[in-house]
Design a protein around this ligand. Structure first.
Ligand SMILES: Cc1ncc(COP(=O)(O)O)c(C=O)c1O
Length: 479
C-alpha cells in the first residue's frame, strides 16, 4: 500500500477485488435463502458505525470485514425475491460489473471530448428506448440519477418550450395519484403549489380527460395559462395507467405539453402486455422512464425522453469559456447541454451491457413475469376468505386488505396497518402499505424476475397467518 498516493499494490487490489466479487456472487447466487435484510434503529447503528474521522488508515481487508458485518446486513435487500414493498430494485450482475467498470475507469459522460464512446453508447441506448416507446426520430433524451431528476428535466423543457420560462399564471395538471416528484419538480422550476392542479381520480385511480378539459377551460376563462398535463404510465399506488390517448387529444386541443410519468411503468413497453397497456405513450412530449425500476438496473439510472430533443438543448445549453474545448465541430453530442449535470457518470453502460448480454426478448420475459406474479397474487387472495382485493393486478402492482366478516371496517383497517411491520419482524418478506380512499391497503409489487410463484404464495400465506393471529389477539383483548 502506498498510502499518500492512495494506491494499493496490484496484489492487494486483486485480493480485495476478488473478495468483493466473491461477496457479490454469493449475494446473487444465494438470494432465495438469504434473509431479507434489517432496518435497525438509529441507536444500534450509531453504536456500530459512529467513530472519529480516522487519522491513519487501516488494513483494507478489515474495512471490508466491517462492511460485511455492520453495513450490508443492516439494510433491506430491495433485490430480494420476496421484497415486494415500494418499487423493488431487482438489479442484475452484468450491470453491477458495468457500474464497476464505469466507476473504475471514471468515465466522464458530460462532454464528447472527454467521453466520446460513452456519449455514443448513451445515444444508442436512449435510441433503443425511443424506438420501444414508439417516439419519432426527432426524440432524444438522457439518463439521470432517477425519475425525480428525469421529471425535472422534462418539465424544464416544457417550461422553456411552452412558456418561454415565464411561469406567472401558468398552470399544470395531473391526477391526485401522481408521484410527489412532480410537485417537487414544479416547485424547483419556480411554480407555486397552486400552479399544479391535482385533479380527483376516476373509479380506477386514473385522470379523467373530461375533468382535465373542464379544469383547463375554467383556468383559461379566469385568465390563467394552462401549459402542461402530467399523465401517469403506472402510478406508484396502484399501477394505474391514465388514458394516455384521450389525454393526448385533450393536450392537443388545448395546446398543452404532455409529460408522461412512466418512471415506474413505461419500461413495460418492452413486453407485449405492457405495450398494450401503455398505448398512447408515443404521444408524449416528454416521458420519464427509469431503468433502475423495471429494467433491472442498479441505482442510479433514471431516464427522460423528449419528443423533440432540441427542446432539451434550448432549455439547458449555456456556453462557458472554460468549456471552449468541449464545443463540438461536427455532430458530437455533449450531454451536459441536454440536462442539469456537467459531470455525469457513465450510466448508459449498464443498460447497454444488460441488453446486449441478455437481449430484448429475455428482458421482456422478465418484465412480463412481474405482470404474471401480480395476477397470481390476485387470484390467490380472491380465493381466500377474509381478504379483499382493493385494486386488481395492473402493471405488476396489486393492492389488497384484510377484511374478514368478523371484524368491523375500523378493526380490519387497524389490523391491516399493522401487517407490514408484523411481516417484517417475522422475516419472510417485505410488503408496504398505502392509503386508498382514506383506508389502508397493502401493496404487492412482485416485479423481481427471480420471484417464484412459491415466493408469492409463501408470502401471502404468512400474511394470512399473521392477520389471523393479530385478529385473535384483538378479539382476546376486547372487553
Ligand atoms: C411513478 C413514479 N414517478 C417518479 C418516481 C421517482 O423516481 P426516483 O425515486 O427514481 O427519483 C417514482 C419512484 O418510485 C415513481 O414510482
Amino acid at each position: 500500500m502506498d498510502s499518500d498516493r492512495l494506491t494499493l499494490s496490484p496484489e492487494e487490489m486483486r485480493s480485495l477485488g476478488y473478495r468483493v466479487v466473491d461477496l457479490l456472487v454469493d449475494h446473487f447466487a444465494g438470494k432465495e435463502d438469504a434473509p431479507i435484510g434489517r432496518s435497525p434503529g438509529r441507536e444500534e447503528l450509531e453504536g456500530l458505525l459512529r467513530e472519529e474521522l480516522p487519522e491513519e488508515g487501516q488494513d483494507p481487508q478489515e474495512v471490508l470485514d466491517q462492511v460485511e458485518a455492520d453495513i450490508l446486513p443492516n439494510t433491506m435487500r430491495v433485490d430480494h425475491p420476496r421484497f415486494f414493498g415500494f418499487v423493488p430494485g431487482p438489479n442484475n450482475f452484468v450491470s453491477v460489473l458495468a457500474d464497476t467498470l464505469a466507476a473504475g475507469f471514471n468515465v466522464f459522460s458530460g462532454t464528447w471530448i472527454s467521453g466520446a464512446a460513452a456519449a455514443q453508447t448513451e445515444l444508442v441506448v436512449v435510441d433503443w428506448l425511443r424506438e420501444l416507446c414508439g417516439l419519432p426520430e426527432t426524440a432524444g433524451g438522457l439518463f439521470t440519477s432517477g425519475g425525480s431528476m428525469a421529471s425535472v428535466t422534462g418539465l424544464a423543457a416544457a417550461r422553456h418550450a411552452v412558456l418561454d420560462d415565464e411561469v406567472e399564471g401558468a398552470v399544470a395538471y395531473c391526477s391526485d395519484q401522481t408521484h410527489t416528484s412532480v410537485d417537487r419538480a414544479l416547485r424547483l422550476l419556480g411554480f407555486g403549489p397552486d400552479q399544479l392542479r391535482r385533479l380527483p381520480h376516476d373509479e380506477a385511480y386514473r385522470l379523467d380527460p373530461e375533468v382535465l378539459a373542464e379544469a383547463v377551460r375554467t383556468d383559461r376563462a379566469a385568465g390563467r395559462r394552462p401549459f402542461c398535463v402530467i399523465a401517469n404510465a403506472g402510478t406508484t399506488n396502484t399501477g394505474a395507467v391514465d388514458p394516455l390517448l384521450r389525454l393526448a387529444d385533450v393536450a392537443d386541443e388545448h395546446d398543452l405539453w404532455l409529460h408522461v410519468d412512466g418512471a415506474y411503468g413505461a419500461a413495460a413497453v418492452i413486453c407485449e402486455r405492457g405495450r398494450e397497456r401503455l398505448s398512447g405513450v408515443d404521444r408524449a412530449d416528454s416521458l420519464t422512464l427509469d431503468p433502475h425500476k423495471w429494467l433491472f438496473q442498479p441505482f442510479e439510472i433514471g431516464g427522460v425522453l423528449v419528443r423533440d430533443q432540441q427542446h432539451l438543448r434550448r432549455a439547458f445549453q449555456i456556453q462557458a469559456e472554460y468549456l471552449e474545448d468541449a464545443i463540438g465541430e461536427f455532430d458530437e453530442v455533449n450531454y451536459s447541454d441536454y440536462g442539469i449535470q456537467l459531470t455525469r457518470s457513465f450510466r448508459a453502460l449498464k443498460l447497454w451491457m444488460t441488453l446486449k448480454v441478455f437481449g430484448r426478448r429475455a428482458v421482456a420475459t422478465a418484465v412480463a413475469r412481474g405482470f404474471d406474479r401480480a395476477d397470481q397474487a390476485e387470484a390467490l387472495l380472491r380465493s381466500w376468505d377474509g381478504w379483499e382485493v382493493v385494486t386488481p393486478s395492473q402493471m405488476g402492482i396489486l393492492t389488497y386488505r384484510y377484511a374478514p366478516d368478523a371484524l368491523s371496517a375500523d378493526q380490519a383497517d387497524a389490523l391491516t396497518r399493522r401487517l407490514p411491520k408484523a411481516l417484517r419482524d417475522e422475516g419472510t418478506a417485505m410488503v408496504t402499505k398505502t392509503t386508498l380512499e382514506g383506508r389502508p391497503a397493502l401493496r404487492l409489487c412482485p416485479i423481481n424476475p427471480r420471484t417464484s410463484a412459491d415466493d408469492v404464495r409463501q408470502t401471502l400465506t404468512v400474511l394470512d397467518r399473521l392477520a389471523e393471529s393479530l385478529a385473535d389477539d384483538q378479539r382476546g383483548a376486547a372487553p
